[in-house]
Design a protein around this ligand. Structure first.
Ligand code: FES
Length: 173
């Protein structure tokens, strides 16, 4: 299993950059940082992250020069957007093409079966939220899964189930 720790925010040159933020940056640039492209940009952000976490909403608000309240307003108004899920832990499985062809659908299926929930749901004990994304920008280490914000690659159903069991048994990150 290969692990890649990526920082949450874009960094200066020479430092590691979370590729999911790069995807977001490219989308905003393509839209010329237009405020009226907010919905499209949030949509892309959700595809990359699986859900809209506070860091992402702040990043978008800052880049588009919009009040954070407006970005939150849009993100909470439309049902197609999900804000940070309620589970203590979050697990996001990438279902983008590169990951899918390497079996990420089987990883998601194994998780759904083990946890008894579907993607987009949280376990009844509020321990784990399960989500999917459509390309984390880490195709080189496909199939990729994000555990509590940490992008990990070359995953298998066995590895992922083991990680989940640790969370369940020890509450470990
Ligand atoms: S398709 Fe999964 S990281 Fe790109």
């Amino acid at each position: 299993m290969e692990t890649k720790t990526l920082t949450k925010q874009p960094q200066k040159s020479g430092q590691k950059v979370d590729k999911r933020f790069k995807i977001l940056e490219v989308t905003m640039k393509r839209n010329h940082y237009r405020q009226d492209a907010l919905i499209e940009i949030l949509h892309k952000a959700q595809e990359a992250f699986g859900y809209l976490e506070p860091d992402v909403l702040e990043y978008v608000a800052h880049a588009l020069k919009l009040p954070l309240s407006r970005v939150y307003g849009v993100a909470t108004f439309y049902h197609l957007f999900s804000l940070k899920p309620s589970g203590k832990h979050t697990c996001v499985v990438c279902l983008g093409t590169a990951c899918y062809v390497k079996g990420s659908d089987k990883i998601l299926a194994a998780l759904q079966q083990e946890l008894g929930i579907k993607s987009g749901e949280t376990t009844a004990d509020k321990q784990i939220s399960l989500l999917s994304a459509r390309c984390l920008g880490a195709c080189g280490i496909a199939p990729a899964v994000v555990f509590d914000g940490e992008v990990t690659g070359k995953q298998t159903a066995e590895n992922v189930l083991e990680k989940i069991k640790n969370w369940q048994q020890h509450g470990e990150p």
